[in-house]
Design a protein around this ligand. Structure first.
Ligand SMILES: *Cc1c(COP(=O)(O)O)cnc(C)c1O
Length: 331
């Protein structure tokens, strides 16, 4: 495997299960739908960031750092899993969160506090703009911080999803099952970049479809350009420097952004209700609810044939179900 030379700290339960959503398929009239359960990675209620953190935390330990610092939204799943991983290996954790302290503390934020993370609120800077400055302050206090970018989406973090693709390939082989497409929520890009590099290095014949969750018009590069850069640098640390990715190598569906990041609309609401009531499986209001809504729409518009097999990658996020501001109730 191309990532075997990199240090890795076990943080979760892998491989995560693959289940078949036969009652959902039946309700929809096909196709066959599988689900990869990364909501069950096991790290303090699970999620896809556990995979990235296995490589990032190992590197923090290798560099002999004594704390980690990362950034996200108040309900960041990445921050909650980072806080848990840090606690697990005995590192202090600093979280740089957008917005201001809410009156009611719940969902992921409640778990951040339980896990002992120290929180720095940064108001309108919602994507870790102050990460470097706060890391410098920690340095000045004599600490040795390890900086993990927003969403854990650098090349080393994305390696977690190259490993995930190898895990999936072995599982499908054992199941004697082929998959035509993989559909997943795509936000800071590490998941999609890593899966794409994995697909390429492992020569897997499957279409990857990222459902865009948030759109940032301030960014200099388009999302597809960011994905190409991230995938190319991920291949580089895997010693595949001849492997270059282009923006057109990534399929990103941008039609499901609704009223914006973290704003629950009819798309998410009905997808969450349908999957919970046909399968007894929970989806989250911010990421997987939106991604499943996108998949259901792609199925409705006959993007996939009823004879095909589609795998939905459940990336986690369930603690946000307990944040009333993301309520699934209709107004
Ligand atoms: C972070 C996250 C994603 C998106 O993964 P990226 O690597 O940031 O694109 C999807 N689902 C959930 C639940 C997440 O927390």
């Amino acid at each position: 495997m191309p990532f075997r030379h990199l240090p890795r700290r076990a943080l979760g339960f892998f491989p995560t299960p693959i289940v078949e959503l036969s009652r959902l398929s039946e309700y929809l009239g096909g196709p066959k739908i599988l689900m990869k359960r990364d909501d069950q990675t096991g790290l303090a209620l699970g999620g896809n960031k556990t995979r990235k953190l296995e490589f990032l935390i190992a590197e923090a330990l290798r560099q002999n750092c004594d704390c980690v610092i990362t950034a996200g939204a108040a309900q960041s799943n990445h921050c909650r899993q980072t806080a848990a991983a840090a606690a697990m290996v005995g590192l202090e954790c600093h979280l740089v969160l957008g917005g201001t302290p809410p009156e009611q503390i719940n969902g992921n934020l409640l778990l951040d506090e339980l896990l002992g993370a120290q929180i720095h609120w940064t108001g309108a800077d919602r994507k870790g703009e102050q990460l470097g400055a706060i890391a410098s302050q920690l340095h000045a206090q004599g600490k040795r911080p390890y900086l993990i970018p927003y969403g854990g989406s650098n090349a080393l973090g994305a390696v977690g999803f190259v490993a995930a693709m190898a895990e999936l390939q072995q599982q499908l082989l054992d199941m004697e099952q082929s998959v035509d497409a993989i559909v997943f929520a795509s936000s800071s890009g590490g998941t999609q970049a890593g899966l794409t590099v994995g697909q390429s290095l492992l020569a897997m014949d499957v279409e990857l479809v990222g459902i865009r969750i948030d759109k940032d018009d301030k960014e200099q590069l388009s999302y597809n350009e960011q994905l190409a850069e991230l995938a190319t640098s991920t291949a580089q640390i895997l010693q595949r420097s001849n492997c270059h990715f282009q923006p057109s190598d990534f399929r990103v569906e941008t039609a499901y952004l609704g009223a914006g990041y973290g704003i629950v609309g009819e798309l998410e609401r009905s997808a969450i209700n349908l999957v919970s009531q046909t399968e007894g499986i929970l989806l989250d209001p911010v990421y997987t609810g939106r991604a499943m809504g996108g998949l259901l729409d792609l199925l409705q518009t006959r993007h996939f044939h009823p004879q095909q097999t589609v795998l939905f990658w459940h990336t986690g996020g369930l603690p946000a179900l307990f944040e009333p501001a993301l309520s699934l109730k209709r107004e």
